[in-house]
Ligand binder design. Structure first.
Ligand code: SF4
Ligand code: SF4
Length: 500
């Protein structure tokens, strides 16, 4: 094609007084946004290659760089926005599906920000978490209908449970979509903090078997890397039916990312595309799902809880009810802002529902059906901070998964280009020159620090409400009030309006 209609998305500004032509930016940018002019003996930029990942800006020793949006204005048109026009130019050139990484970035309402927490005043005084014990411990798994106790002894066999010291786990991200060093960071952080990380659908690298007690192994439609040893290596098994970023479709790891280690771990040929089908080809009904759940329980001698993960979609409450009845110990719901290594842009941005509604609807339905105790509820796909977690638990969640937040702790700057495999922060890449930039020890410390910081904040918030155990907040929607919400929205969330 002779003429490229695309203009750069970003413009790189180099302060000439500060730049010392050291070429750090040239070496740091896998997208070749900075180049060395041999003749002029000067560094220059190619704006069109910049994805705004900030790597050069952060690494420049003289702070000579900044990046901003390319300042090209289109005539104002509320319908034909610059983004819409640019997407058409791109598709007219490539004839391909628009791809993106990370979660839905559309300006849909963030319902967490429309919910406010309660605090104690006068009666039921608040608790000082620095001086009094606070309990964040969480057990995930099926709970019995009632407990038989005789002479102080429990007569009931309790189904297998996962014990979490904090109600936060690292969500599924496969080896292949992210680097081995990113996996090592998350696994070590989970072990340090007393929680779990999740392999995602790409199998378990041999270096990570040592973290098995803190690992959730995933079984997805591609069944990559799955064998009895893999199932037994983890503390729990998660069946992935759906994912918030791309409900209803499968996954695609391009052959370029399937290097030797990924190929061995996934048990697929070197350099071949890893395609996960949209459905599991052995699951077309709740009965089929039940068969898989019980096959996995059988294979692991009924010692491990089995999670089933679905995307938050329109009739999520009925689907979750079926999953609980099929024997899942934990139901995971992934909201439409959930991240991903690669997704078609149109699916990511237009399919699914907010996790806040999905969680409230599922918890309500399971309670109404008298089966809430039969499975724990874990949610993910938009958790940004400790207050989101406290609100999620008050709405009915037992625990949360974090993915994007964890990657940001490792250095991700949300450029959304994970699908290119050229992550300059060493996270969403299999390039040895790039992934070595992420030191797993430093990564583990940063991810663990994030969880510890959030745990402190959760204790503060609980104390402020006069609650000393997370268990007492679970599903306690009286601790929430809505602001700026319609009656219908309040009704779905099952909360009162502020002032009521
Ligand atoms: S890293 Fe900074 S100082 Fe070095 S060449 Fe690039 S802009 Fe100049
Ligand atoms: S993981 Fe890397 S490529 Fe993906 S959004 Fe973050 S910085 Fe960009």
């Amino acid at each position: 094609m002779s003429l490229n209609y695309m203009t750069p998305a970003f413009i790189i500004e180099r302060d000439k007084d500060r730049c010392i032509d050291c070429q750090v930016c040239v070496r740091q940018c896998a997208n070749e946004a900075h180049k060395w002019d041999e003749e002029e003996q000067k560094v220059y930029s190619e704006d069109a290659n910049c994805v705004n990942c900030h790597r050069c800006v952060v690494m420049c020793p003289t702070r000579a760089l900044s990046v901003r949006r390319f300042p090209l204005e289109f005539r104002y048109n509320a319908n034909w926005t610059p983004e819409t026009i640019r997407a058409i130019y791109l598709q007219a050139e490539t004839g391909g599906v628009l791809l993106t990484g990370m979660g839905n970035d559309r300006p849909y309402p963030i319902y967490w920000d429309h919910m406010l927490l309660n605090a104690s005043q006068v009666t039921n005084p608040s608790i000082d978490p620095l001086r009094e014990p606070m309990e964040l411990k969480t057990y995930l798994g099926r709970k019995p209908d009632f407990l038989k106790i005789k002479n102080g002894k429990l007569l009931e066999d309790i189904p297998p449970q996962l014990e979490l010291d904090v109600p936060i786990m690292f969500s599924a991200m496969s080896f292949g979509s992210i680097s081995l060093n990113a996996h090592k960071s998350l696994a070590a952080a989970a072990q340090q903090v007393g929680t779990y990380w999740n392999t995602g659908e790409g199998g378990l690298h041999r270096d990570l078997v040592q973290y098995g007690d803190h690992t959730i192994v995933q079984v997805a439609s591609g069944r990559f890397g799955i064998n009895p040893d893999y199932l037994k290596a983890g503390a729990a098994i998660e069946i992935k039916i759906g994912q918030g970023a791309k409900p209803g479709i499968g996954g695609h790891l391009p052959g370029e990312k399937v290097g030797e280690e990924v190929s061995k771990t996934r048990m697929i040929p070197l350099g071949t595309d890893a395609l996960s089908p949209a459905p599991h080809h052995d699951i077309y009904s709740i009965e089929d799902l039940r068969q898989l759940i019980y096959s996995l329980k059988e294979a692991t001698e009924y010692q491990k809880p089995v999670f089933v993960k679905i995307a938050a979609v329109h009739n999520v409450a009925a689907i979750a009810s079926g999953i609980v009845r099929a024997g899942a110990d934990v139901v995971v719901i992934d909201g439409y802002r959930g991240g991903t290594g690669a997704a078609p842009l149109r699916t990511r941005d237009s399919v699914g529902i907010p996790i806040e509604f999905a969680l409230a609807a599922v918890d309500t339905r399971l309670r109404e059906e008298g089966i809430r105790n039969k499975a724990s509820l874990v949610i993910g796909g938009s958790i940004r901070n400790s207050t989101d977690i406290v609100k999620a638990i008050a709405l009915g969640a037992d625990a949360v998964y974090i993915g994007t937040g964890a990657l940001i702790a490792l250095g991700c700057h949300l450029c959304q280009k994970c699908y290119t495999g050229k992550c300059n922060w060493g996270i969403a890449t299999q390039d040895p020159q790039l992934y070595k930039r992420l030191n797993p020890e430093i990564g583990a410390e940063r991810a663990a620090n994030l969880l510890k910081a959030w745990a402190h904040e959760i204790e503060e918030l609980l104390g402020g409400m006069g609650i000393n155990a997370l268990e007492s907040l679970r599903g306690n929607r009286l601790m929430l009030r809505g602001i700026g919400l319609t009656d219908r929205e309040l009704n779905i969330l099952g909360i009162k309006a502020a002032g009521e």
